[in-house]
Design a protein around this ligand. Sequence first.
Ligand code: MRU
Length: 359
Amino acid sequence: MKINKKNYRTIWYDKKEDNVKIIDQTQLPHKLEIVSLKSLEDTLIAIKNMQVRGAPLIGATAAYGIYLAYRELSNKTKIYEASKKIKSTRPTAVNLFWAVDKMMKIIDLNLPFRETEKKLLNEANKLCEEDIQNCKKIGEFGFEIIKKISERKKEINVLTHCNAGWLATIDWGTATAPIYLAKKNNLNIHVWVDETRPRNQGALLTSYELNNENINNTVITDNTAGLLMQRKEIDLCIVGADRVTSNGHVANKIGTFLKALAAKEFNIPFYVAVPYSTIDWNIKNFKDIIIEERDESELKQIKGIDDSNKIRTINVYPSDSKVYNPAFDLTPNKFITNLITNKGVIRPNERDIIKLKNE
Ligand code: MRU
């Protein structure tokens, strides 16, 4: 999608420089900085420090990380240690583990080094292309839902939480793909963007990417959606996910669960847009999902840009206040209307989800 009218992806292999490029999301929306990943260490830092974030993009970065690790490690067996390191960067988005396992299947220590190296790069590139196709499919299926609402309403108001846009994937996004298609089809669409404390991915990333695509959007605090639902100013909610259990429970950015609860009260459809790679086939009980707990500085400090264009961080809390900062929450399937997947719109239950595996 576009930034300043130019098309970008969030990650790509740069053939000329023989490295991997990412958009550094810690600098957005203030600065557009492209960073090179040249090693395993660069990859670990990029994922841990959230230069890349969002479940599908974390997965894609991890895949390139295996490629970068393989080519720099003199002892080929060390790649297994590297894969463990990559898996330990962030615990909740299952795409990370899925991508590493997919890449590790390619490694055959009996093959010539160069052959495996080439195969790994091809696999990482392929994973990115497939993610884009999956997001496009999610877009097509989700668009039908929006189109139906447009038959009875002039303006369609969508609520989204965090960033499940193209910046969280390779292109298009999951929750935003139906919105981008609605805009392309000239539907009158407006997005309520949850600010998404503490890291403000909604305000800093979702609103930014929607602005760049000329999509009408308004940022609200995380506590505003209840009032808007009560006033019938939200027609549907679409969020992404970091992990979906095999029976349809959802882990997503902290605050998602409360939105789903409120939506149920007001009979507002609550959709979760997910590609196949976000489904954890090994977990049924959502309590088994590890919720990442992040540093207290994310609450106690705030980052912004000053008048001289410098990015600054300031302290906003009493330094001796205790804080608790879980990054994700869990939405039981009974609060979810349907999952919008790359294979269609399905019920969030085991019977329907398992079909995705078999098709
Ligand atoms: O902590 P983040 O920014 O990686 O969290 C991202 C989210 O929670 C997204 O909503 C989720 O990964 C879906 S991305 C298509």
